[in-house]
Each structure stands twice: as structure tokens, then as C-alpha cells.
Design a protein around this ligand. Sequence first.
Ligand code: ATP
Ligand code: MG
Length: 336
Amino acid sequence: MEHTKEIVLTGDRPTGCLHLGHYIGSLKNRIDLQNIYEKCYIMVADTQALSDNFNNPGKVIENVVEICKDYLAVGIDPLKSTIFIQSMIPELPELMLYYLNLVTLSRLERNPTVKSELQQREFGMSVPVGFLCYPVSQIADITAFKATIVPVGEDQLPMIELSNEVVRRFNITYNKSVLRESRALLGTTKRLVGIDGKSKASKSLNNAIFLCDSDEDIHDKVYRMFTDPDHIRVSDPGKVEGNVVFAYMDAFYEDREELEALKKHYQEGGLGDSSVKSLLSRSLQKLITPIRERRAEITKNYVMDILIDGTARARKEAAKTLGEVKEAIGIVYTRS
Ligand code: ATP
Ligand code: MG
């Protein structure tokens, strides 16, 4: 009955330390899911990260270990979750090659997440094909493990939609239900805003609070956050909608009752920005300090053992699926 079981897959690009957007958007779900499902895979997406860092591979390579330290420090258990390195599984790009035939160029260009990322990276007319095609490589990642649950942030929804389209097209074209559809599992906050108020906290925009930030960094970043520009005097009534400090309070402040009272007070007037920032800063420090401390204890040797073992396990699964895919297409040749 293997086929009916839920399988979890996610991943992150190793381009820096993980941040609060990852934590609330996907990491928390992964920690919960590893206690429910037997097969949970977490991919360190180094190949994908090279698609927009091809001229700076060092940044990607050094962050492979760093990101894995983040996983372990937040509570990913390597005995429950298989953590692996994308570039060490050649079956993934091979799968991608077959899927590339099932996606049109215009379909890739329509992807709203890719569109905004292209703008952000200022490729202009020189868009690398590898970057444009990274959603197809994600389809290979998801389907190689027959994943059914993909814990991600909201920006990934177009990728899952495309993945399911390709899964259906593959199964219909080759008349065999080899591949499985998957569904996104969003976090309690679907898309955490950046500290600069931009729609998404992200590594490449450097507008995030990182899980490796010091208490001072956290304090400084919180105090730099935008609030309500019309909330000039403490006595002025303030807006909580579109206010970055309250967006972070909503995502991370534990005492929900107190938060509602704070919002009411702020809206009525009489509550200063710095009072709310002080509460937020302290609560984020409380969350991040133990993660940072656990992280500092983890050695590179330990991380590499986990990654190499995890990759060996993951590769077997990917090879099995690739075999099924090739058989479905009919490209299996033997000596007659
Ligand atoms: P980069 O800028 O290098 O693309 P990133 O900060 O966007 O980095 P990714 O590694 O691309 O992070 O994202 C990995 C996962 O984390 C994805 O599932 C993504 O949806 C989720 N994620 C990233 N940022 C946020 C955010 N601000 N809010 C919610 N989820 C997020
Ligand atoms: Mg991203």
C-alpha cells in the first residue's frame, strides 16, 4: 500500500542562512510533519541556486553546510527526515529532461513568481535558460520522491500548480499513472513581509531577520521596521494593517490575547512604536537565541555525515522513479 502513503518533500536554496520567512512559511510545518509521516525529504537545492549564482558558485557551496546547520538547530531530526544535496542526484536532471518536453515556453514565462524574480534579478534580455526552467527542475525534485505534501511559502504555489499539470500530462501521454500529484502546505503566515515592507522577506533582497542573527542584529532590524507613517505622536491613532511591526507580531508574538489588546491600544492612540518594537524584539530574541546557540555547537563533520548518508538514501528513491518514468516512455534498451 506504499502508493497511498503521504510523502513530504521540500527544499531551500543554499544562498545564505535561513530566515524567519522560512521558519514561519515552511520549517515549522516540516518539524511537525516529520513526526507524522515516515518519509520526509529536505533538499538542499544547490543546483537550483546556481541558476542565478552560476558566476559565484562559492556562495552556494559554502551555504550547503550552513543551511543544514539551520535545519538541525531548528529541530529537523536527521533520523526522521532525509536531508540531501540536489547536485549529488543525477537522476533529477535526467527526469527534468523528459519533463521539459511537456512544458511550453509561454507557460514558463507566465509564472508570476518567476516573472517577479526575473525583474528583481535584473537579467534584462539576458535571462539564462536555466533560471527560466528552474520550475521544471522543481517538478523533477517533487516527483522523483512521489511527494504528495510540499510545505512551502505562498510564492511556491504556481510551481506546485505547474508540477501537477506536468504530472497529469505525463500520465496521459504515456498512458500510465507513474507520477503522483502533490499539494502545497502553507505555513501559519503564508508570506512574511520584509523588514523594509517589501512583499516578501528574502535572502536575495537582504530584508530578512536571519536565524543566525545576533540579539543586536535582531534589535536593530526591528527598530528599522516601518510602522504607520501617520503615527507621529504617541497619542495619534495608528494603523496596524500594512504596518510591518504588527505583521511580525501577528506571525510571532505568542500571547495572542495581549496582542489583540496592543492592537486596540495602538489603533486608539497612546501606544508608541518603540514600545511595540521593544516587545517584538524581545520575543524574536527569545525564539532565535536558542536556535543560534544550538547552531554554534554543530560541526561541519557531523553535517557532512548527515548529508552524505541522506543523499545516498534519497538517490535510491529517485533512481527507482527514473526507472519507472523511462519504462513508461518506453526507452528501455537491452541486448537482444
Ligand atoms: P532567495 O532570495 O535566494 O530566493 P528566499 O529567501 O526566497 O531565498 P528560498 O530558499 O527561495 O528563500 O525559499 C525556500 C522556501 O521558503 C520556499 O518554500 C519559500 O516559499 C519559503 N519562503 C521563503 N521566504 C518566505 C517568506 N518571506 N514567507 C514565507 N515563506 C517563505
Ligand atoms: Mg526564493
